[in-house]
Design a protein around this ligand. Structure first.
Ligand code: DX5
Ligand code: ZN
Length: 219
């Protein structure tokens, strides 16, 4: 199963309903990048604004929290209707506890790791993880180049997941996913793909989502 998750980071923030509508028929989830200007040097949405976007989205929302003190900051997102909430390993004091609280709120729990964080940190948390997010750029901005050097982490995670036949853990990549790079990530074992600029800088975002899906499916 391939999932394509357009990121609205580089979409027009003044017309998010219109931007979401462009991909609503073809995308699997809407990827919402929340940045606090502390964990990353960029700011996107407050918790209030995020909740508003989530409640208005016609697609299920995949929230990617790039915010410090995730242990307490995550609480604002547990009350929303997001389908999935992902926190950064580097931003949590007790990642296991945070992941369990996301699940307890009825959402899929995601654990993201920055490029310099080894994938091994996720291994002992697999029992409380519904999605592993291997960042393929330094978090903070859209439009950066895909880091192919992250593929060994994706391969290792896929190897673990193959051995866990009873669990349904998604393996996501985020950063620089395009028509050129999606097959590399797919071959390494990713099944869930965030695509920001490639979708929203395209003249036809819906067609781009379909093309990305086709390439990933046949890779
Ligand atoms: C980066 C964000 C990404 C971003 C991806 O910190 O987490 O979701 O929107 O954008 P592209 O696809 O342009 O790299
Ligand atoms: Zn993201």
């Amino acid at each position: 199963m391939i999932r394509i998750c357009p990121s609205i980071l580089n979409a027009n923030f003044d017309d998010l309903p219109g931007e979401i509508a462009k991909v609503a028929e073809v995308a699997d989830l809407l990827h919402l990048d929340v940045m606090d200007n502390v964990f990353v040097p960029n700011f996107t949405f407050s918790a209030e604004r995020s909740a508003e976007i989530i409640s208005q989205s016609s697609l299920p929302v995949d929230v990617h929290l790039m915010i410090a003190n995730a242990d307490s900051a995550v609480l604002d997102y547990l009350e929303t209707s997001a389908m999935s909430v992902t926190v950064h390993y580097e931003a949590c004091e007790d990642p296991g506890k945070v992941l369990r609280s996301i699940r307890a709120a009825g959402k899929r729990s995601g654990l993201a790791i920055k490029p310099n964080t080894p994938i091994e940190v996720a291994e002992e948390l697999l029992d409380v993880i519904d999605m592993i997010l291997v960042m393929t750029v330094e978090p903070g901005f859209g439009g950066q180049s895909f880091m192919e050097s992250m593929m060994p982490k994706v391969e290792k995670a896929r190897h673990w997941l193959k051995q866990r036949t009873t669990s349904d853990i998604w393996l996501q990549v985020d950063g620089g996913i395009s028509l050129q790079t999606i097959s590399i990530a797919r071959k390494a074992g990713a099944d869930t793909f965030v695509a920001g600029s490639s979708v929203y800088k395209s003249a036809n975002p819906a067609m781009m989502v379909e093309e990305l899906r086709n390439i990933a499916t046949s890779a």
